[in-house]
Design a protein around this ligand. Sequence first.
Ligand code: ADP
Ligand code: MG
Length: 381
Amino acid sequence: MKLNTHAMRYLTNEDFRVLTAVEMGSKNHEVVPTPLITQIAGLRGGAGVARMISTLAKTNLIAKVPNAKYDGYRLTYGGYDYLAMKAFSKKGAIYSTGNQIGVGKESDVYVVASETGEQRILKLHRLGRISFRTIKQNRDYMQNRKSASWMYMSRLSAEKEYTFMKILYENNFPVPKPIEQNRHCIVMELIDAFPLRGIEVVEDPEKLYSDLMALIVRLGRAGLIHGDYNEFNILVYPSGQPILIDFPQMLSIDHQNAEEYFDRDVDCIITFFERKFGYVGGERPDFEKDVREKRSGDLDVQVAASGFTKKKWRELDAYRAEFLSDSDSEDDSEEDSEEESDEEESGSEQEEEGSAQESEEEEDENKEKSAEQDSDFEDDL
Ligand code: ADP
Ligand code: MG
């Protein structure tokens, strides 16, 4: 799913109002009825609104849902991207977008620039690239369908990453500086360094190895395990200084499988150093002795206090455990989300209401944000 900023050049404020209305309507409706879109947008109906809806649908920001029992639309990935981009633009976090530098199963990463030309990184979280079949196999979990929607889960993932990055940054861990988060996207400092994966020669492998193990241990003593501590998620400056990225899967050292995850992170480094640099014999940190017994912080508790609640953490964990451990669901995302929404459509109103209530707080906040976004869009974006 490519980030498409093209439409931003010609969409009017009224088009944008209609798009925002579809987003707001989708909090409680899988398929947002056309009259409701008009009503939320606060525009008079008739040909005007119909034309705006048609423009948005042609640009793939919203999509007409086939087989719906009534005439309606849903927001697409592209529409959700657009809303986040517009919010970033308004805040001055992003002025123009550049090249895509990363395509993961769960994210797209772009280089972008601020108004002053400062290069930054935009990461769009893309959860929900799961197939209809997978959902069927997970009926129990899917009972709370609303919570499992791609929009909600992608936003949770971005919120988690941003909250963790912020707390790590504030505690002087070597991570990019977080700049903004909106919906499923975050903007952060661009680290002008290569992933460890692509580095052929390091001056002092022993030193880098022990720095990386020291970092795992320091994180652990502060209460956290990275959970995906590998050569793709560690950037290394020419000076040899490592910077850690990619936090949606982080976990607490009090997690029931903490030791297993900790050991897996340690093993990734050991294996990589042996294979790539022929380096063996470095010290291996022990979870009990080096981390748990020497715990000195509670960043895992602090993240909950700073907005990423335990409930959200659990919800995201449950989703990740169900859907993301299985690595063969590479199906096309648009098709998936269509299938997914067909599936979700059959969920009872009650289920949807229940979960809508649970995330009431965020939704209020989102409405506020949406209501703010009325200004003209930067031409360059
Ligand atoms: P994913 O979940 O898709 O693995 P990552 O956060 O690991 O997402 O980012 C994917 C790739 O994008 C990284 O391997 C790295 O090359 C690049 N990248 C991500 N964040 C930054 C950053 N702040 N500075 C420079 N490059 C980055
Ligand atoms: Mg990564």
